[in-house]
Structure formats: structure tokens, C-alpha cells
Design a binder for this molecule. Sequence first.
Ligand SMILES: Nc1c(NC[C@H](O)[C@H](O)[C@H](O)CO)[nH]c(=O)[nH]c1=O
Ligand SMILES: CC(=O)[C@@H](O)COP(=O)(O)O
Length: 158
Amino acid sequence: MATSLQNLSSYDSSNFIDISDKRFGLVVAEWNREITDVLSAGAYETLLKHGAVAKNIYRNTVPGSFELTLGAQLLAQHEEIDAVICLGVVIQGETKHDDYINHAVAQGITHVGLKYNKPVIFGLVTTNTLEQALDRAGGKHGNKGVEAAVAAIQMLGF
Ligand SMILES: Nc1c(NC[C@H](O)[C@H](O)[C@H](O)CO)[nH]c(=O)[nH]c1=O
Ligand SMILES: CC(=O)[C@@H](O)COP(=O)(O)O
């Protein structure tokens, strides 16, 4: 499979805009916190690496990924927030609960971005196994938090 050969977090920053005056909301799910903390750190450090200022990054947690949509809306509604990054890890269980969460969050944060006309980034790790999630949170397939921060920066330059 193509993924197995890739670090999914590699990117070209040559066209990034100046983000020193941009304000970012980070919404992080507490479910699977040992992994979402890695995603959050990846996103935070990537924003700082490319010029964001720490005081302009507003980090909030929500209980689980299903609550990312409301968390994103509560941040995106503020005019001074330029972009929102949503981070969570949903690992398949015995039932279809993960499907309902994943689809709700994908649809929900899409709606928030369109409603407030600003980037609301889907940084949800949706895996079948814990190992797959770990591989995408600082493992062999990179860090989904890094990818989400990069997407936010790129969209601000749209
Ligand atoms: N199983 C996972 C959940 N479940 C909790 C939901 O996200 C939600 O908080 C609950 O249904 C109450 O509304 N959340 C994750 O982020 N990851 C999971 O694997
Ligand atoms: C993915 C989840 O929602 C987690 O709670 C596992 O759910 P279940 O095993 O009940 O499908």
C-alpha cells in the first residue's frame, strides 16, 4: 500500500506566508490523550517553527473527538481567530461507534469552516488499530498534528 512507504508529514514551506500576526485555535480531544498530546505538540511546534507567536496560539481541550466540532465553533466565532486546528484520535472498537464519530466530525468541522469563512483543519487520526495511530503521531508515518498545522498555514495563504 502506498502509505506504507511514506512519511505523510513531509512538506514544502517555501511559499508559506508570514504568520507572525496570525492567531490560531488548537482544539485537542482528551480521548487517547497519550497520542493527542503528541499531535498537539507537533502542531504547536510547527506553527512556532514557521513564525507564529506563542501568545497567539490558543489551546483548548474537549472530552472526545465528537466534541471537536463545538470546540472549533466556539473558537472560530471570534473574529480575531484566523484558523482553527482540530486534533483527535479515533481508534476502531467493537462497534460502528468510530464511524459515527469520524463522519460527524468531518461534516461538522467542514460546516464550521464554511460558516465562518476561515480554515478549520481536520486533524483527526482515524485508525483501525493503536499501532496505526502511533505510527501517525510521531512514528514512521509522521505526525498528523504537523500536517494539520501546515494545512492551516497554507490555507491562510490562499
Ligand atoms: N472512542 C473514542 C471516542 N469516544 C468519545 C466521543 O468522542 C465522545 O466524547 C462521546 O461519544 C461523548 O459525546 N473519542 C475519541 O476521541 N476517540 C475514540 O477512540
Ligand atoms: C471508537 C470508540 O468510540 C470507542 O469508544 C470504542 O467503541 P466500541 O468498542 O464500543 O465500538
